[in-house]
Design a protein around this ligand. Sequence first.
Ligand SMILES: [Zn+2]
Length: 292
Amino acid sequence: MNMRVTRGEPLRLMSVHAHPDDESNKGAATLARYAAEGVDVLVVTCTGGERGDVLNPAMDRPGVREHLAEIRRAEMDAARRILGVRQEFLGFVDSGLPADGEPLPDGCFARQPVEEAAGRLVASMRAFRPHVVVTYDETGGYPHPDHIQTHLVTVAAFDAAGDAARHPEAGAPWQPAKLYYHGALSKAWFQAMHDAMTERGLASPMREVLAEFPADVPAPEFSTRVACAEYFPVRDRALLAHATQVDPGAGFMLHDRAAEREAWPTEDYYLARSHVPVTLPEDDLFAGLRGK
Ligand SMILES: [Zn+2]
């Protein structure tokens, strides 16, 4: 199948996420880099993040929890502008993170039948016509039911979007050429940050996280590594725009930025499906698609 993009036609990238803030903590510098280079980038957010917690103590004040859905929409819009991308909500309801044995709430995203839920994303793919789609792998990258559902729905939509017989109500068929999964936040990444900070004589905040990984996690074999260190500061500003979710004094905000740029200047992906010939490893999500 010849899917090379004609010279002059803008490349289009769709990044599918579960909640507002996920686009800023997985692959955000990649989105900012491609957007700056003229790629049309659309973030699709499956849910409104209505059941999220307030994770930044400075934002845990009266009025915030009661209006979390609206606040998260405004945060998402601020982050989108910082990254230089478009964004749309698919309109599903956040499933929350139920405790062990607790059922998922009625009507939430993770309880929707995959094929039906995929219909909405198929409509979005047929309208935006992305060349490349990015989402989570089958583990969700993080064991939240909405992340796993996002994976299932995106794969189903990727496989259905080009088939006129499936979801005929969702617009004219469009087959995206490549599907990627995020390789973010691997044990190897935490270890590299830990080593780089220790070498610089800095206290590493990674020890506890590293201890949570099993000892025998194999080294990741990324198919695609996108150089984007120049855009890490943009990523950080987008993250901080999600003020109810991101504590500037904790978690991902803690590791040394200079050490990160030096030790791990890429964001990394696995190619899951391709309708164009590829040569792996790659350093570009659009490898094999750029017009001559
Ligand atoms: Zn999430």
